[in-house]
Each structure stands twice: as structure tokens, then as C-alpha cells.
Design a protein around this ligand. Structure first.
Ligand code: GCB
Length: 591
């Protein structure tokens, strides 16, 4: 799916702002045709934002079910005769859209875009009503999974992932126009041969007589061009995309009509780089890469998972300040703005699906049975796997052209020590490789499936491990933790695959101090990280360290969570804890 763009032939209009908003606790809106007029009992709601925290009302924060958004949009007068598309960057977790009285689109999954042509339902220069039904419930057939439990106090949403189930329209909504003859997809795959770069491109489109592509360098100078819907461009003395050097070329795809006139122009940024795994090394441009950074969250006070440019810019500034070269989009695909920015900043991304919490052995930091079987016909089953497969398809389709994305993570901490898990994941690894043969594929392994027990890591190119020695086990005893951790890690190192520690961390209450270092204190977080680093530095196969978490974040209520998860190296409002300075000393060689 292509992005909305302003180009020589395309034009877009952002529909963000205040929309009308109604809760629909009885689930009656569809039958009552709420889309056919003003929403009943409406209030105003900001887009993009999670709706949960905006109302200052627990009932809204914890609401489960259908909510409705509505806006009246004027189609620009100059768009007559053009093909008009309505595009959502995301809606969490599923949405149905009406334009006027006509249902135009439904989409499952909270973190990937969806769009449809609406030309026949609108008139240039006229206003049109856009209504969106968003539903936030999680079931065993959604990604991530959950279950609605009927309790004496009413229905309650349960889920097994450790972050708050924020919902709503989290990213921008767009209206855009193109010529009826238009490009529908472009794929680029880059290669390097010494100082020469190659850009293999494939395009798909509707109705064009001809296709031309021009590759320009960052100063706008054309460096290669070609004709044809697919081909390979070469760039002598290429400026590579590399960690810390987000150099981008611009590939302009031009479609022409029978007279050779330009009818569609679309721009795709291109970073020329290679990624590959060799033995226990992770190579970017054939050079060993060591990941430093974090697992992050899209999580902010008030706006929840709503995208915010200011915080994005600030978060990347903090990554730079601390010496992080990478992060994982734990535990769902992040806003495309974030990936674009990572491309430009030379930050390396592990790109993760929303498959988190497929594990009935843990929930919200508590280990132990959650009262369900993970993989079974009644719980996570073949239908769930198809939803998961679709989430992978949409992630790869969306992010395949980002040079910053070097590794796919198809799940976080699923059950992985059973035959059911092995059967569930085998085809999903095959699918990901088929969709993208150019990037390594992995999943994030949990402590409950330690070395020797995991049956899914055999399918992975890279071992991604989340471990909490010294926190969830050996709590407060870092000496014992160090011994146990090193012993397990040496087992994994024998697999001859690169190992990235995708989570290690300790909850830390900012301002809590102790001389004899105690869990929850700032000193303990520092000592805990130091212990981990001693272990990593002794093991050659460890090619990455991503601390859990970049910042404190909101979770469900629980006795293990004090105002949310406090494993942040920064607070939720991005102030450093002592650990931030310790990491900066380790990661920034210049300080
Ligand atoms: C994990 C999860 C992460 C949690 C973290 C924790 O292993 O992947 O989502 O937030 O542990 O703090 O318990």
C-alpha cells in the first residue's frame, strides 16, 4: 500500500483534529445506523490519540466495546475527475468505515494502515460525512489476544501483555487524490558490490502506458534512471545507508499515458545497505553490528498511543544523547513517521508484529498459569494463526522499503516450549521468509523457555532473548543472578547464531535511593545493568543489548506495577534516572 503524498501529480489532505465521538456500550449503533446522521450523545475527541485518558473518567479509560468517530470533510474543489482515496494509518484494534451512508471498508488489526477508493461516494467541493466504528476488544482470535470474562461486576477484558490496552485512532487520517492511472506499489531491494550500489525496483500500477524511474541523491542530483515497471539501477561511489548515517536517495516513479505525459509521480526513499547473518555475527554492509538501545513503547501521558511528532523528535534526541543505535518496536508496528525518522537518523530497527501475550504462563509480570491453555482449538487456534499471518503480511508490506528495518520479530514471548508452539510458528517463519527473503527473521524468547527447552528458536536466524536474572528471579541477589545468567547464555551461544538481548531491566522508582542496593532503587537499576553487561562482555555471540524499557509506561493494574511499569531508564515524561547516565558512559565512547 502506498503512502499519501504531495507530489507533482498527487495531493493530500490531513483529516486530524477534533472529531465527534460516542461510546456505544450496548453495541446498538450499527443496527441503529449511527453512520447515517450525527452521532447520538457525542462529545469531541482528538485524532490522533487514544480515547482512554482524554475524558478524565474511569469508565472511559476502561471501556470495552464499540466507539464511534465522525467528521465532516470537504473534498477540495480541484479534485474533480480525480481518483479519491480515504487512508487511515491505523485504528486500534479494528474498524469499519462509512462515507455518507455507504460502508466502504473494514480492517482487523490495530497497528497497520488501511485505505480504500471513495471516488464514487464523494463530489469535489462538497462536504461528506465520514464515520468510523472502532472496536477495542481482544479475543483469542485477535492479535494481540485477550478474552472477555464475565464477572459478577460485569464483563472484564483480560489480556496477557504488560501494557495498557489503549485504543482509538492513533495516527493520521488522510484524504488524497491521484490520477485514475496510478501506481499501487513499489518495492526496492538494495545491494552493494564494493563502491557500487544497486537498487532493484519493482512497481505495480493501474492503466499506465509507461513507467520511468529516476534515482536522485540527497542533493537532488539524478544518479541513475531507467524505463520499465521493474529493473535494476546502479550507483557508482554510492553513499551507503549505515547505522548513524541515515543517507537516503529518492526514487521517483513516474507513470505516463499513451502520449508520454506524466500522470503519476510517487517518491520512495531508498537507503542502500545490506543485511545478513553469518555465523554468530549480524552484518550490516558486511560489517559486524552491535545493537545498543531499548525496547520502547508508543506511550505518553494523556494521548496514550497517539503519535506525536514532538515526542518522537525528543525520544530520538535522547537515543542520541545516551548512545543508542537501535530499538525494537515492542510490541507492535510503530507509526510510519517513526520509521521514516529512523531511516533519516540512521537508527536501526527490529520491527515487531503485535503478537504479544500468546502465553498463558505469564501475565503482567506474574509467572504462573493464567488459567487457559495457550494453543488449543478453544483458545489460540488455526483462525488466530491466520490473523497473525495477515498481521505479518501487512507489516512486511508496509515496512519492506525501510533501510532502518534490519530484522523482523514475529512475536514477543509466546509460549515456545511445546509441540503446539512449534506447529503454530513453523509456517509463520516460512511465510515471513517468503514475503521478505532479504531480512533475517526471529521471535523474542521468554525466560519460561530457557536454553534447551525452546522449540521455536530452531526456526530463527537470530536469537532474541528477554531475561530478568536479578529481577524476576534471584531478586536482589546479583551475584547469584550473574552465575545463573552466564550459565544459560553460554548454552545459547553454542547454537552459533547471533544473540540479541532484547530485554533486561529492573523496575526503578525515580528518587528512591539505597546504600545497600535494593530492588526499586536507582542504585539497583545501575548495578543490575552493570551485572548484565559483565555477562554480555564475556560472551562473543552477544551482538546486542536493548534495555527494557526506554521509558516508564502505562500497564493494567497489578501488584507488580506501581503507576505502571517502572523499568524505564527515563521516566514517562522523559527525565533520566541514574541508569541513563550509566548507559551513556557505556554506549557513548566519546563521553
Ligand atoms: C517482558 C515483556 C514486557 C514486559 C516486561 C516486564 O518480558 O516482554 O512486555 O513489560 O517483561 O517488565 O515484565
Amino acid at each position: 500500500m502506498l503512502r499519501p503524498q504531495d507530489t507533482a501529480t498527487r495531493e493530500r489532505k490531513r483529516l486530524d483534529g477534533l472529531w465527534q465521538f460516542s461510546l456505544d456500550p450496548a453495541g446498538e449503533g450499527r443496527a441503529a445506523r449511527w453512520f447515517s446522521g450525527p452521532l447520538p450523545h457525542a462529545r469531541e475527541m482528538a485524532v490522533p490519540a487514544s480515547f482512554n485518558d482524554l475524558a478524565a473518567d474511569t469508565a472511559v479509560r476502561d471501556y470495552i466495546g464499540d466507539v464511534w468517530y465522525q467528521s465532516t470533510v470537504r473534498v477540495p474543489r480541484g479534485w474533480d475527475g480525480r481518483r479519491i482515496v480515504l487512508h487511515f494509518e491505523s485504528a486500534t484494534h479494528r474498524a469499519t468505515v462509512w462515507v455518507g451512508d455507504t460502508e466502504v471498508l473494514s480492517h482487523e488489526g490495530g497497528y497497520t494502515p488501511f485505505a480504500t477508493e471513495i471516488t464514487e461516494h464523494v463530489r469535489a467541493g462538497e462536504p461528506v460525512r465520514v464515520t468510523v466504528l472502532v472496536n477495542n476488544t481482544l479475543s483469542f482470535q485477535s492479535i494481540p489476544p485477550g478474552v472477555i470474562e464475565n464477572t459478577p461486576a460485569g464483563p472484564r477484558q483480560r489480556y496477557w501483555h504488560d501494557f495498557f490496552n489503549y485504543a482509538g485512532i492513533h495516527r493520521s487520517v488522510w484524504l488524497y487524490q491521484t490520477d485514475p492511472v496510478h501506481l499501487t506499489d513499489v518495492t526496492v531491494v538494495t545491494g552493494l558490490d564494493g563502491a557500487t550500489g544497486t537498487v532493484e525496483y519493482t512497481t505495480e500500477g493501474v492503466g499506465a502506458a509507461g513507467t520511468r524511474v529516476v534515482l536522485r541523491d540527497a542533493s537532488g542530483r539524478p544518479v541513475a534512471e531507467a524505463a520499465g515497471a521493474a529493473g535494476t539501477l546502479t550507483v557508482e561511489n554510492v553513499h551507503r545507508w549505515a547505522p548513524g548515517d541515515g543517507y537516503l536517495y529518492d526514487l521517483e516513479v513516474q507513470l505516463t499515458d499513451g502520449d508520454g505525459a506524466l500522470v503519476d509521480s510517487y517518491h520512495q526513499s531508498v537507503g542502500v545497505r545490506t543485511v545478513r547473518v553469518a555465523g554468530n555475527r549480524f552484518l550490516i554492509n558486511d560489517e559486524p553490528f552491535h545493537f545498543t538501545g531499548f525496547g520502547k513503547h508508543e506511550d505518553l501521558a494523556v494521548i496514550g498511543k497517539g503519535h506525536n511528532d514532538a515526542f518522537m523528535v525528543h525520544d530520538f534526541a535522547l537515543l542520541d544523547w545516551i548512545g543508542a543505535n537501535s530499538f525494537r518496536t515492542s510490541h507492535y508496528p510503530y507509526s510510519e513517521e517513526v520509521l521514516d525518522y529512523a531511516d533519516r537518523r540512521g537508527i536501526v530497527i527490529i520491527d515487531e508484529t503485535a503478537a504479544v501475550g500468546l502465553n498463558m504462563g505469564l501475565g503482567g509480570g506474574i509467572f504462573g498459569s493464567q488459567g487457559y491453555t495457550t494453543f488449543s482449538p478453544e483458545t489460540i487456534n488455526d483462525t488466530s494463526r491466520e490473523v497473525h499471518a495477515q498481521a505479518i503480511r501487512e507489516l512486511v508490506a508496509r515496512d519492506k522499503n525501510h533501510p532502518s528495518v534490519v530484522l523482523w520479530s514475529i512475536a514477543n514471548e509466546p509460549e515456545s516450549d511445546t509441540e503446539g508452539a512449534e506447529d503454530y510458528f513453523r509456517p509463520l517463519f516460512a511465510l515471513t521468509r517468503e514475503l521478505d527473503p532479504t531480512r533475517p527473521v526471529g521471535f523474542v524468547n521468554v525466560m519460561l523457555a530457557p536454553y534447551g527447552k525452546c522449540r521455536v528458536s530452531q526456526f530463527a536466524d537470530v536469537l532474541m532473548l528477554n531475561r530478568y536474572y536479578g529481577w524476576y528471579t534471584h531478586t536482589g541477589d546479583l551475584d547469584a543472578a550473574e552465575l545463573a545468567w552466564e550459565q544459560e547464555l553460554r548454552g545459547w551461544a553454542g547454537e552459533n547464531k547471533p544473540i540479541i538481548i532484547t530485554e533486561y531491566g529492573a523496575d526503578t522508582y525515580p528518587g528512591l535511593h539505597s546504600v545497600a542496593t535494593q530492588p526499586w532503587s536507582e542504585e539497583y537499576q545501575v548495578d543490575y545493568l552493570d551485572m548484565n553487561h559483565r555477562v554480555f562482555d564475556r560472551i562473543d555471540a552477544v551482538v546486542g543489548e536493548q534495555v527494557w524499557n526506554f521509558a516508564d509506561f502505562a500497564t493494567t493494574s497489578g501488584v507488580m506495577r506501581v503507576g505502571g511499569n517502572k523499568k524505564g531508564v527515563f521516566t514517562r515524561d522523559r527525565q533520566p534516572k541514574a541508569a541513563a547516565y550509566a548507559l551513556r558512559r557505556r554506549w557513548r565512547k566519546d563521553t
